[in-house]
Design a protein around this ligand. Structure first.
Ligand code: ZN
Ligand code: ZN
Length: 338
């Protein structure tokens, strides 16, 4: 499914086009993967609508890819034919810069993203450097494993960046694919912490309570207590201000969004220093993921039995899946089945 040009999804509701392209040929240390499933992520909307532009078009989107190795370049030796692997947002990094050599390859200026800077998994085949493919634990089906690679891994990174300690209160604003996995992780890692969820829809609020949230309300509702840390996964600005107001002194807001939409940017002008920032409140964004985030999260998810709720679409229905995501027809994580 090729993305040939970018633009607003409301104007062009079928941005992806089915096409026959040659099967990629793995060279050097690359492996070729026959794709079985690929998760659909909000970042694909950001690419299609030019908030994070692919450097070259056409491009094949998709960065939550599960498949099996079918062949390899002459220099590759990590996998055997038939091995099940996954590919997440990190397609490659330089391996030599100050960030790469200190475990922060997500910040590398040479960071290349799967499905943006290189062809991704909305396809029957893709290739990837073998060091950036991840073995997938047997506990998951292909469709269950796909959303773990982005929503799960970046949720894991976000939770780590909050610096939360067991017993402290965590807020989640936005409750999509990543939020629900973070809630499950937090319940396990911080058993004495209360998790409060801010979500727009009543269904999402009910789902949060079902999964163990101590409280769930609207994104701008007043929570019953102030929060030590909040993770924001919304694409907009108003919840950022609401979250800052709800933080305890010394609290931290972690924003997990590759780009924010500009629609309500004006609301930032109501930022009030004493209400939103003073008393050592912190704001930190989350950028990309490292391979370590992905592999540690996969291991954790298998160990504690995290199984994401998924909604499957055939690959040919990728445009529909993207529209459903944009228009918030959400029942678990969306996965294209190839
Ligand atoms: Zn993603
Ligand atoms: Zn680097």
């Amino acid at each position: 499914m090729l993305l040939r040009s970018t633009g607003n999804l409301c104007e062009n509701r079928v941005p992806l086009e089915p096409a026959d392209v040659p099967v990629p040929v793995p060279a050097g240390r690359e492996v070729l993967i026959k794709v079985a499933a690929c998760g659909v992520c909000h970042t694909e909307l950001d690419e299609i609508e030019s908030r994070t532009l692919p450097p070259h078009l056409p491009v094949i989107l998709g960065h939550q890819v599960i498949g099996r190795v079918t062949s390899a370049g002459a220099g590759a030796n990590r996998f055997r034919e038939g091995d099940r692997v996954g590919v997440g947002w990190i397609y490659s990094a330089c391996g030599r810069c100050e960030y790469c050599i200190t475990g922060r390859e997500n910040l590398c200026s040479g960071f290349r993203a799967t499905g943006r800077d290189a062809d991704g998994g909305y396809a029957e085949y893709m290739k990837v450097p073998e060091d950036f493919a991840h073995p997938i634990p047997a506990a998951f089906t292909d469709s269950q494993a796909a959303p773990l690679l982005c929503a799960g891994a970046i949720g894991y990174r976000s939770l780590r960046l909050t610096g939360l300690k067991n017993g402290q209160t965590l807020g989640l604003t936005g409750f999509g694919a990543s939020g629900h996995l973070v809630l499950l992780m937090a319940k396990h890692r911080y058993p004495d912490s209360r998790v409060l969820v801010f979500a727009r829809s009543k269904q999402e609020q009910a789902f949060a309570r079902e999964l163990g949230a101590a409280w769930a309300g609207d994104t701008e509702d007043k929570p019953p207590e102030p929060l030590d840390c909040i993770i924001d996964t919304t694409p907009v600005w108003r919840p950022v201000l609401a979250a800052l107001e709800n933080l305890k002194p010394g609290g931290r807001l972690v924003i997990n969004a590759i780009r924010k939409e500009a629609g309500d940017l004006q609301s930032v002008l109501s930022l009030d220093y004493s209400r939103h920032l003073w008393l050592e409140k912190e704001v930190k964004s989350v950028a990309n993921v490292t391979r370590q985030d992905i592999s540690e999260f996969l291991e954790l998810a298998a160990r504690i039995g995290i199984k994401p709720e998924v909604q499957e679409y055939p690959l040919e229905a990728a445009n529909q899946a993207l529209l459903d995501l944009k228009e918030r027809r959400i029942r678990g994580a969306k996965v294209l089945v190839v």
